[in-house]
Design a protein around this ligand. Structure first.
Ligand code: DQA
Length: 152
């Protein structure tokens, strides 16, 4: 059953359009469509609706965030490598004023030092990494709690 204020925008950044070609040990070997289908199932189980967006253009990503408050009540963001250096994307996320959770498929804490840095630090409710697709389920749990959504 759908409730008001239950729309979650799930945003993927640079290089997620070729997810199935990226290192399987780190990213699971699935395509972005397969991942989005799984996230959509996780969302329905939690009484949430999803809308998906991916781009390789930092400007388009920022412009989508500018429109996000009209489209969604909360955000799941996996900005890929932009996470580690794009203050422009961080500013655009802050501008939305929406509750957000940061997700990474791989464990960014146990890889190179530069991947431990996130421009979203202090802006997101939680950062979930290294749990593969299940990390999105956890992110949706946190947002469902924040939005007080119930599926029953
Ligand atoms: C990633 C981790 C980033 O460091 C990397 O640049 C990506 C994917 C992840 O989901 O594990 O593109 O965000």
């Amino acid at each position: 059953m759908s409730s008001a204020h239950n729309r979650v925008a799930v945003l993927h950044g640079v290089n997620f359009d070729v997810l199935e070609r990226r290192d399987q040990a780190l990213y699971g070997g699935h395509s972005l469509s397969e991942l989005e289908r799984q996230i959509s199932d996780f969302a329905s189980e939690r009484g949430l609706e999803t809308i998906f967006f991916q781009t390789n253009s930092e400007g388009e990503f920022a412009e989508y965030l500018h429109r996000a408050p009209e489209l969604a009540d909360a955000i799941v963001i996996n900005a890929g490598a932009w996470t580690h250096y794009s203050r422009a994307i961080a500013d655009a996320l802050e501008l939305t004023g929406l509750p957000a959770v940061e997700v990474h498929l791989s464990d960014v804490e146990s890889r190179q030092d530069w991947r431990r840095v996130s421009v979203f630090d202090g802006l997101v409710l939680a950062k979930i990494s290294g749990k593969g697709a299940d990390g999105y389920g956890e992110a949706l749990d946190a947002l469902a709690r924040r939005l007080s959504v119930s599926d029953g």
